[in-house]
Write a protein that binds this ligand. Structure first.
Ligand code: PLP
Length: 433
């Protein structure tokens, strides 16, 4: 491990006494009241007022007709993908998932929770490369993918770090090919694209209340839809598929995915602070943009022309010419420092050694060993057969690998003070010395 504390570039840099987090929960008080309510009325289960109210509030916030509160965003994605599979392909044969034998186009640069549910349902994810303007699914690559696999009927896409993907282009392509969209808005609650809220931009949407999201229940998630029948079905599946009968009557496979009324109390208390958190996160982003403008770097795109992002995460992208030599294996890295240059692993290491938490960009799914046999489509076509997938210069194939290699997530906690953020900006400057 490189020792930053004995590196003369970091002389006199004091470590943070209290760790500066990437994105930690921010409580306000109401959460505890609603939790106490659940306790005092003894609705300490997966039924109660907090759940009902939270579902109403989420639906209102996202502009959809129905929200179903679930145990996690991942559970919500699983039910969304399963429902989509059943709508598209009908009931599966016994022992099979609803997507058995079918390919599904998926965002490539995202958290694995976006794409794993496709495998839960027996489908085969085909990864679609990323564009540079919003760090979302690249419409050009998506169009290429439909040329290569014209039978595909389902697209699962994520908005990255709070910036909505290029939805007009993606929607047009999907309409042309008769494909259905599951929208993973886990990171982008409160964001908008051309006046429409994230979560309502696909055919089914999901949000997450995981601890590091813009608002949290400590855990939890929700499935979003305008269809009453689909909401009812997701709700039924999430409670072990009990039918309306005097005994435990089961006619379909079920899951234990319902949200707890205690957790719903936390999320319910947070709902009214969504706009406050967005404002604070935006200020963090803008301070970084200003404070780092003299370095050979850019910030993650916040496409303000078409959308109003929620600024969940501030990320940095180092200019290709300003990258020092660095290599990553499956589990480790090496870099050689050069004056005027740096790399994500150096900056993340420096931040960590002074007690601040950053994070690498989501490692693209096509680079994950568990998905190595799955197809990957770039703007140039087949991303697996392309010899320049190893050359990650901007403008070439494999944008995802390029952004992963040159990018990182900065400490983006909304409770970070200006003084703390200035010290972080200073540490980043020293990395380039
Ligand atoms: C957090 C996250 C999820 C999963 O949400 P959980 O509530 O943690 O299960 C899914 N997709 C993306 C893009 C996420 O960031």
């Amino acid at each position: 491990m490189y020792n930053f504390n004995s590196d003369p570039r970091f002389k006199n840099v004091q470590p943070f006494e209290k760790r500066v987090w990437l994105s930690s929960p921010t409580m306000h008080g109401e959460e505890l009241e609603y939790m106490k309510d659940a306790y005092e009325t003894n609705w300490m289960s997966t039924v109660g007022t907090n759940i009902e109210e939270l579902e109403r509030l989420i639906a209102e916030k996202a502009g959809v007709k129905h929200a179903v509160a679930l145990s996690s965003g991942t559970a919500a994605l699983h039910l969304a993908v399963k429902l989509a599979g059943e709508r598209l392909y009908g009931m599966p044969k016994a022992g099979n998932g609803t997507l058995a034998g079918h390919k599904v186009f998926c965002s490539d640069m995202t958290f694995s929770a976006t794409v794993n549910p496709v495998a839960y349902e027996g489908g085969e994810a085909v990864f679609i490369d990323t564009e540079y303007d919003a760090w979302g699914m690249d419409p050009i690559a998506l169009e290429k993918a439909f040329q290569l696999y014209p039978d595909v009927k389902l697209v699962v896409l994520a908005h990255l770090y709070g910036t909505p993907a290029k939805m007009d282009e993606i929607r047009n392509i999907c309409d042309k090919h008769g494909a259905f969209i599951v929208e993973d808005a886990a990171e982008s609650l409160g964001a908008e694209y051309k006046g429409v809220k994230a979560g309502k931009l696909g055919d089914y949407g999901i949000v997450s209340f995981n601890g590091n999201k813009i608002i949290t229940g400590s855990s939890g998630g929700a499935f979003l839809t305008d269809s009453r029948a689909d909401a009812d079905k997701a709700r039924k599946w999430s409670t072990q598929s009990r039918e309306a009968a005097p005994w435990y009557q089961h006619e379909e496979l079920g899951y234990n995915y319902r949200m707890s009324n205690v957790i719903a109390g936390v999320a319910r208390g947070q709902m009214k602070y969504l706009e406050t958190h967005i404002r604070q996160k935006r200020a963090v982003y803008e301070r970084y943009k200003e404070g780092l403008c003299d370095l050979p770097v850019s910030m993650n795109p916040m496409d303000l022309q078409n959308s109003a992002p929620n600024f969940w995460m501030s990320c940095l992208l180092i200019d290709a010419e300003a990258m020092c030599e660095s290599v990553r294996s499956e589990r480790n890295y090496l870099f050689a420092h050069r004056f005027g240059k740096s790399c994500p692993d150096e900056i993340l290491g420096a931040l960590d050694s002074f007690n601040a938490e950053g994070r690498p960009i989501w490692k693209p799914m096509h680079l994950q060993s568990m998905y190595r046999s799955h197809a990957f489509v770039t703007a140039d076509g087949d991303g697996r057969g392309n010899s320049n997938t190893c050359i990650h210069a901007q403008g070439h194939a494999d944008h995802g690998a390029d952004i992963f290699n040159r990018g990182l997530c900065l400490p983006s906690d909304n409770k970070m003070t200006c003084e703390e953020q200035e010290r972080i900006i200073d540490i980043i400057h020293r990395c380039f010395e």
